[in-house]
Design a protein around this ligand. Structure first.
Ligand SMILES: [Zn+2]
Ligand SMILES: [Zn+2]
Length: 274
């Protein structure tokens, strides 16, 4: 498909995305959930025309999450669907406690994201910018991709996640494999499909050195072929980032013919038409 055809389709689209399923009210530290912390997110959602948002703070900050405060927020904002979620990752130090917390609170959670933020280096997230890029120096990038996707399959296999976050995060610093990406990711997509998990369409990569949304075009094509469901996501770490670049994401989805997104309530997935 040539760029002119895509441009025609882009101008023809009028999608209004309505859900953001990757947000971090606590940012990068433990902050107790309060109405003061959370209400600005509800206000931002309303201002953007979003009607369904999931809070998915990192599992290492689970001590800040309060289901009672989420209930109060829902009462104060009855026009919004506000989902209790969390982002579980593979932190070699913290994620054991995170998994236990998720198991304990599974019935109160609507949605769990699964993420890979760590490769071999136990005290450095590979996706931190710019420090994480040092792990890629003088490395076999294809082998790192294969290792990364193996870890994605591991977190998908825990049975504790509903959706995989930023599926090709490994590209964050701009390192590209020599092998065709489809051959590296296909097994992982099959694995996700068999477990009936969703993946997110995230705008966060547009804010990173790679300057490309997650996941890349080829992965989206394969996911569509395999019948994998999508959420929409900003990975906002501030309420000002909620729904970041969603109009461009909507155009991108239209160019792939994606007309449905999924939302979650108590881990039950519903597909909604755009
Ligand atoms: Zn993440
Ligand atoms: Zn995140």
């Amino acid at each position: 498909m040539g760029p002119n055809v895509i441009a025609d389709q882009l101008s023809a689209t009028s999608y209004q995305l309505f859900s953001d399923y990757h947000t971090h009210p606590q940012g990068h530290r433990v902050q107790r959930y309060t109405q003061t912390l959370l209400q600005p997110w509800a206000d931002s959602a309303r201002n953007l025309g979003l009607s369904d948002i999931a809070f998915t703070d990192h599992d290492r900050y689970h001590a800040g999450i309060s289901f009672d405060e989420l209930d109060r927020l829902r009462e104060r904002n009855p026009d919004l669907r506000i989902r209790a979620g969390i982002e579980l990752d593979n932190d070699p130090i913290c994620s054991r406690a995170g998994r236990s917390w998720i198991e304990k609170h599974w019935d109160k959670l609507d949605f769990v994201l699964g993420s890979i933020h760590f490769l071999d280096c136990p005290n450095q997230m590979f996706d931190s910018v710019p420090d994480g890029a040092a792990q890629f120096e003088a490395c076999d990038i294809d082998a790192m991709y294969a290792d990364y996707f193996g870890r994605v399959r591991e977190i998908a296999a825990t049975g504790l996640v509903d959706c995989l976050a930023h599926l090709d995060l490994i590209k964050i610093h701009g390192h590209r494999p020599l092998a065709e990406i489809g051959s590296l990711v296909s097994e992982t997509l099959d694995f996700i499909r068999v477990r009936n998990l969703a993946i997110e369409l995230s705008t966060a990569g547009w804010r990173k050195p790679v300057n490309e949304a997650y996941p890349g075009d080829r992965i989206i094509e394969l996911a569509i072929e395999k019948g994998i469901a999508f959420t929409t996501a900003s990975d906002a770490h501030s309420h000002a980032q909620l729904g970041h670049n969603f109009p461009i994401l909507a155009q991108r989805m239209a160019s792939f013919g994606i007309q449905q997104v999924c939302v979650f309530e108590k881990h039950t997935r519903t597909h909604l038409q755009l």
